[in-house]
Design a protein around this ligand. Structure first.
Ligand code: GLY
Ligand code: MN
Ligand code: MN
Length: 340
């Protein structure tokens, strides 16, 4: 660790529980004799060596801890609001500095967002994806060293992490010139509608998979309509033909980790139902590879993702990142107002 170690009294204040010096832990454990013990593996090798545990039961503990994180309490939701609010300000900073990015590179966007993250939070929650032009079709572009060219799109996927380590995870896809071309708008609007369809499925009692299915079905219908995959829509969806252009799932739980609760039990998470207090992303996208000769040339190299952070409420959901514009018209109006 860097910096001075926290005092025991400080640890007790922060954690609200009695604390003892960790240097005595192995002896304390030995003095306790053979008591049933489970440990989260991969965190502290010395501690792992000092206790006798069972791999399967340790995995159960990890799963149970992950399950516990599925529903956020009021304090956690407050932290997530802070993360999202700072992220909204970071996105506006990036729009305000777009002309400086055009004059330099994607790095300017990365640095601009990072400045907001460090000023208001602890750090970025994950490596910012500042993907201009056909970099937007790469899952996930974090090299961020390409040119930012008017007429192309900028896909910005970034999140501020709070001092308490909760992170936001938001994406906007922006026309660098301030205005979408007709094809860019067509793709953008399809993704927007798919996200709306996903939002409608985020409510308590709904199966977790529903929002993904609703978004993906919408995109499948558009891809069939445009002639890029063969219909009928139901058959195309069952075969997963849309995946060539949608590339990823439509969202995930969010919290202390960007992909939160990853160790949670399948029946509690992906096969479970949504409950008030769960926070998840809804992030449909369409990606047309620059070398895909099966689509018309003007579609190649277009990548669009729109990602918001939703909390499930008693009534349905609240979009925590609603402070950022989403529809193509709103995005253009926002850029006209703030773009520097
Ligand atoms: N930022 C990574 C993701 O959206 O999952
Ligand atoms: Mn995400
Ligand atoms: Mn993201």
């Amino acid at each position: 660790m860097d910096g001075p170690p926290p005092l025991l009294a400080e640890a007790e204040t922060v954690l609200g529980i009695a604390c003892r010096d960790v240097r005595g832990l192995t002896e304390d454990l030995a003095a306790g004799g053979e008591v049933p013990t489970r440990i989260v593996r991969g965190v502290d090798p010395a501690l792992e060596a000092a206790v006798t545990t069972d791999e399967e039961r340790d995995a159960e503990l990890e799963g149970a801890l992950s399950d516990l994180r599925l529903v956020k309490d009021a304090w956690e939701l407050g932290e997530m609001r802070k993360a999202v609010d700072s992220t909204v300000r970071g996105f506006t900073d990036c729009v305000a500095e777009l002309s400086r990015a055009v004059a330099s590179s994607e790095r300017w966007i990365e640095g601009t967002f990072f400045r907001r993250a460090r000023l208001e939070g602890n750090h970025v929650g994950y490596g910012s994806i500042c993907a201009a032009g056909d970099h937007a079709t790469i899952m996930h572009w974090t090299q961020n060293d390409g040119p930012v060219v008017p007429g192309e799109l900028l896909l910005l996927d970034a999140g501020v992490e709070t001092h308490s380590l909760y992170t936001a995870d938001v994406t906007r896809t922006l026309p660098i010139s301030g205005t979408f071309t007709p094809v860019q708008r067509q793709v953008y609007d399809a993704v927007y509608e798919a996200q709306e369809a996903g939002f409608a499925a985020v409510k308590p009692g709904a199966p977790y998979r529903d929002f993904h299915e609703a978004s993906q079905r919408h995109l499948t219908a558009r891809l069939v309509e445009w002639g890029f995959i063969e219909g009928p829509v139901d058959r195309a969806y069952e075969l997963g033909l849309q995946r060539r252009f949608t590339m990823a799932g439509t969202g995930h739980m969010l919290g202390l980790d960007v992909h939160d609760c990853a160790q949670a039990r399948t029946e509690e998470y992906v096969d479970g139902v949504l409950e008030p207090g769960m926070v998840l992303t809804v992030e449909p996208g369409l990606y047309f590879q620059p070398d895909d000769l099966t689509v018309p040339e003007e579609w190649r190299g277009i990548g669009v993702r729109i990602e918001d952070d939703l909390v499930v409420t008693e009534e349905g959901h609240e979009n925590l990142s609603a402070g950022l514009p989403r529809s193509s018209d709103e995005v253009e109006a926002w850029m006209a107002r703030f773009a520097g």
